[in-house]
Design a protein. Structure first.
Length: 997
């Protein structure tokens, strides 16, 4: 408070003007003020049009887990690892904001703010509300966390943003709505994130990290502020996002860090005392401000005054910032043309908008990120592959859990099996999106904590699912879950003579899916929900599976059959044992196969090496040569003449561009029956693969098992699978962005600057979130992944994907641990299993195949088991929809919102011009959607569901060059409010009021 009045003495007119403009007259809070306080843009401090205005943005960057777990960070526990305690930061900042109404603070991570808010008294909450209402405390970004951009799937990002922004709206109303997206730390930036932020209603976006060459060029060209056109399909300005690159990462300028964790000199302003330094501080500050201004276009610049976990003792920062503002502005009396204000990113953005300039247009993305010549942050695309898979499959379970909570009604949350909820899983998934979570750049104990939270989420969802299925089937028989089917472990199916399996399909169209169950019998009968027999076969459990499951299960065989499940529904299959004993002797053959095929695909193998040799699509008559093998890059250990950078959790740096082959040949075993054909390849004690073709599948499955990576030779290893084909790729390949739109990648090339390539492998790696493809005029080979991975196309016709990494050195980006994953069950190093799905199509029709395929990989059926026979009145089949949605439409979200409303997101899952058939607008009737729910009311919302769609008004920005034709008519509606039309890549979000039919 004192500082505010001192400022009044220094610049009375300015301060008075400010009071009038901002309506901030409340000293103390809730005082005599008759004016209504304002938040948002109106609460910004006035600036001076004919001066250089410096926006000081006090902020803290609070990782939702990294070196410590999210809760250790919140409480300030384990300060021996890192001194950081978010609860104290918020306590201290609120105290300091109350002392001077000029002060500003932004807060970003709702996971922390929520924890803190819950523990405040109602009086304290009231005080904080007032600070928010006056724009003194402002939320930016506002999702549960600041998500990673390379390794997250859009479905989970939309969910975590929705959760954080909903809390802010419900707690603070419109003043809690962030205007700006703020991703100051993620290690590269995805175009799909920009598209999502635009559709969430943000006016602008700021970040800190980009390639050092890109930064240099942009500084010279004054293009650090730009307009990002983040979609090829959505009509501008729907996916246009104004983007600002911060001047100094997210740190304060050199010499101006006044946190307790910093050593810069405080402002010593008493001339009677020793070391008076005001003149020195002001001169240094003016020099920095003027130099920074040369790289930006307007007479406004931004300085981020804060950093990781700063402001625990906010007095240090604010006391010095008050003085800095006072003394720098006092120079205006002597002709200085620099004006300093407390500000926020949105206040800065507002000034850029007022400048009414045109901005450089960008249509590609900011991957990969390098901070110098040999330091490419492309390792984390693959780091911690097991956690990445667990996160992805957890998203699938969460969507199922959300849907069944809606379809089963309130009894799902409290029913025959007790209390279940989806909330635990929602929160666990939300923290897992953080840029040190699914990215794999956290310490080992923190990775374990994320996994534990997900497991906890699964448990609560399983109770909910059991309750919901009891309501929907009319049977309260106990449901068993088998979470370890991927390693052939399920005690029920291994021992039971009669059981049933229900397959829940979270997709809005019917899906056929293979099921493999661990069993010990040799012959079974399987019948479907109508009592019809289903073709089933028994095959022996492979050696690789026995080795990876260790002594967690003992099944000798797997029962394999294909199931079908209706849209948003389940189908139940009954299984009975016919015969015990070992598998039929003829089940496997040890000679090398020459080919396997079904009615769609044919795959051949080289009889000498056992490796794949060709792939043909029998419907289109296409055929390509295709060799696949496993290799490892020798991770740089830092002892290198060019640079001492080692490979680590973040950074990929092979010490040679030529990877070592793991084995020139594979030992093989073949299984061929009416349901599945597979060639089991064994390359080394730590690398094996199954090449698999189910009878009804249009995709070839490559199930890889890699690990423990040997390190007894003291060499770090980064294992890839490489597909070498006859496709003429001309140095190009394609990768998806966060699981949605696809970007073209060209070797040793960046679309917006002249790249000087310094890492021939790591500098050509890109994030693959759900798919990558290579193509020429005739053939497109698409690879759908089951988790995020890094990959590249280094040679003509070739596509490589990094599967697993094990490293012996830290890469000096702060995590301070080598990425060397072990566990209690795998003290010798983690073994990771996953699958790639390959589809070969004619390029114009390829999306018709890979869009649904990728969707099936993301949203998998959930299997539940019931031992013994089912009572005769059990409902065996159910669909939550009246009819399947059209092939172009994906049901992205169906989740309970409150008592009588549900949140629904419908998505057009094709890009424009991607498919002749499917890249067309498509209309869905909301009233005719659900089989069990009557839709009574509908309101459309923005993508993050924190604003009504018709209230979403964003700043308009003009690009420098705009060759685009005028946009087609924005999404309007067809005939009635119930009919919604989706254009390519459009996601529409609805709040539906519903009643059970
Ligand atoms: C924001 O929260 C308020 C208070 O709970 C609620 O009435 C309003 O509908 C919410 N707005 C949106 C867009 O959800
Ligand atoms: Zn961070």
């Amino acid at each position: 408070m004192a500082a505010g009045w001192q400022q009044l003495a220094v610049a009375p007119l300015f301060f008075l003007l400010l009071l009038l403009l901002s309506g901030v007259l409340t000293l103390p809070l809730g005082g005599e003020n008759k004016r209504t306080p304002t938040c948002g843009y109106e609460s910004c401090h006035a600036t001076k049009p004919n001066m250089l205005n410096v926006h000081l943005v006090p902020h803290t960057h609070d990782d939702v887990g990294w070196l410590k777990t999210v809760d250790q960070y919140f409480y300030g526990d384990r300060n021996d690892i890192q001194h950081a305690g978010v609860q104290y930061i918020l306590d201290s900042v609120v105290d300091q904001l109350l002392k001077n109404p000029d002060r500003r603070f932004i807060y970003v991570e709702t996971a922390f703010f929520y924890r803190w808010w819950k523990r405040q008294s109602s009086g304290e909450q009231q005080t904080v509300k007032q600070l928010v209402n006056e724009g003194r405390l402002e939320f930016v970004n506002g999702g549960w966390c600041m998500s990673d951009e390379a390794t997250t799937h859009y479905s989970a990002v939309v969910d975590q943003m929705t959760m954080g922004l909903r809390f802010l709206n419900e707690t603070f109303g419109p003043c809690g709505r962030p205007r700006v997206a703020w991703h100051i730390d993620p290690f590269g930036h995805a175009r799909e994130h920009a598209s999502m932020f635009a559709q969430m209603g943000y006016d602008g976006f700021f970040f800190g990290r980009l390639d050092y060459q890109d930064r240099t060029r942009r500084m010279l060209a004054q293009e650090q502020e730009l307009l990002w056109r983040a979609s090829d399909s959505l009509a501008p300005p729907m996916a246009d996002l104004f983007t600002g690159i911060l001047p100094n990462g997210y740190n304060p300028p050199e010499g101006f860090c006044w946190d307790q964790s910093c050593d810069d000199p405080p402002i010593r302003d008493d001339p009677d005392l020793e070391d008076y330094n005001v003149d020195d501080v002001v001169m240094r500050f003016l020099a920095i401000a003027k130099s920074q201004a040369t790289a930006y276009k307007t007479n406004h610049i931004i300085m981020t005054m804060g950093s990781d976990f700063q402001y625990e003792n906010a007095n240090l920062w604010y006391k010095n910032l008050d003085k800095l503002i006072r003394y720098v502005n006092a120079r205006q009396g002597n002709g200085s043309r620099v004006n300093v204000v407390y500000s926020t990113p949105s206040c800065y953005l507002q000034e850029l908008h007022r400048a009414n300039l045109t901005w450089a247009l960008k249509t590609d993305d900011f991957f990969p990120y390098a901070d110098s010549a040999h330091d490419f942050w492309t390792g984390y695309f693959t780091s911690r592959p097991a956690l990445k898979r667990y996160e992805r499959v957890s998203n699938s379970h969460l969507q199922t859990c959300n849907q069944l909570e809606v379809l089963g009604g309130p009894v799902s949350r409290n029913g025959p099996f007790g209390e279940g909820n989806s909330q635990t899983m929602k929160k666990a998934m939300a923290v897992a999106q953080h840029h040190d979570a699914v990215s794999g750049t956290e310490k080992q104990h923190v990775a374990n904590d994320y996994a534990r939270r997900l497991a906890d989420g699964w448990r609560h969802c399983q109770v909910l699912v059991s309750n919901s299925l009891a309501a929907l089937t009319g049977s309260s028989a106990k449901r068993i879950y088998c979470d370890n089917l991927n390693i052939s472990v399920c005690p029920l199916t291994e021992s039971s003579k009669k059981f049933s399996v229900s397959v829940y399909n979270p997709l809005a169209r019917p899906v056929t899916w293979p099921v493999r169950l661990p069993v010990n019998g040799t012959a079974y009968t399987v019948s479907d929900a109508k009592g019809q027999p289903v073709d089933c076969q028994v095959v022996p459990v492979s050696r690789a599976t026995r080795e990876v499951r260790k002594n967690r299960g003992f099944a000798i065989n797997e029962l394999v059959f294909q199931v079908q499940a209706p849209p948003l529904g389940f189908s139940t299959y009954s299984v009975s044992l016919l015969q015990d004993g070992p598998p039929p002797a003829a089940a496997t053959k040890h000679r090398a196969p020459t080919a396997i095929q079904n009615k769609f695909l044919r795959v051949t193998f080289d009889p000498d090496t056992g490796l794949l040799s060709s792939l043909s699509n029998l419907e289109t008559g296409q055929s390509i040569s295709l060799t696949q093998n496993f290799y490892w890059y020798n991770a740089s250990d830092g002892n290198n003449s060019e640079s001492d950078q080692p490979s680590g959790a973040y950074i990929f740096r092979p010490n040679s561009s030529t990877p070592f082959v793991i084995s020139q040949r594979a030992k093989t075993e073949t299984v061929q029956n009416s349901v599945v054909q597979e060639v089991r390849q064994w390359f080394a004690p730590w690398v094996s693969q199954v090449v698999r073709l189910y009878s009804d599948s249009r995709a070839l499955e490559l199930e890889w098992t890699v690990g423990p990576l040997p390190i007894d030779d003291s060499l770090g290893k980064e294992v890839i699978t490489r597909l070498d084909t006859s496709i003429k790729t001309c140095e190009m390949f394609y990768t998806d962005s966060n699981g949605r739109e696809v970007l073209q990648r060209k070797k040793d090339f960046r679309p917006t600057w002249n790249l000087k390539q310094s890492e021939p492998i790591a500098g050509n790696y890109y994030p693959i979130n759900s798919r990558a493809f290579i193509k020429d005029d005739k053939d497109q080979l698409t690879v759908v992944t089951d988790r995020s991975q890094g990959g590249g196309s280094i040679h003509n016709g070739s596509l490589e994907i990094m599967l697993h990494r094990r490293l012996l050195y830290d890469d000096v980006r702060g995590v301070a641990e080598p990425l060397n994953e072990t566990s209690a069950i795998f003290p010798e190093g983690l073994v990771v299993r996953g699958r790639l799905l390959l589809s070969l199509e004619r390029p114009p029709a390829a999306a018709d195949a890979h869009r649904p395929l990728a969707q099936e990989a993301v949203l998998q059926p959930l299997l539940t088991f019931v031992d013994g026979g089912l009572s005769p009145d059990t409902r065996l089949e159910f669909s939550g929809l009246q009819a399947a949605l059209p092939p172009a439409v994906h049901l992205l979200t169906l989740t309970q919102w409150d008592g009588d409303s549900v949140l629904l997101r419908l998505e057009h899952q094709f890009q424009s011009r991607e498919s002749r058939v499917n890249s067309q607008p498509v209309t869905v009737n909301l009233q005719k959607l659900f089989s069990t729910l009557e839709v009574i009311g509908v309101s459309e919302m923005n993508l993050s569901a924190n604003q009504w769609k018709d209230e979403m008004i964003r700043f308009a920005w003009t690009p420098q060059t705009d060759s685009e034709a005028p946009p087609p008519k924005a999404s309007g509606d067809a005939s009635s409010t119930w009919e919604v039309t989706l254009r390519p890549m459009e996601i529409r979000t609805f709040l539906l009021r519903v009643a059970l039919r």
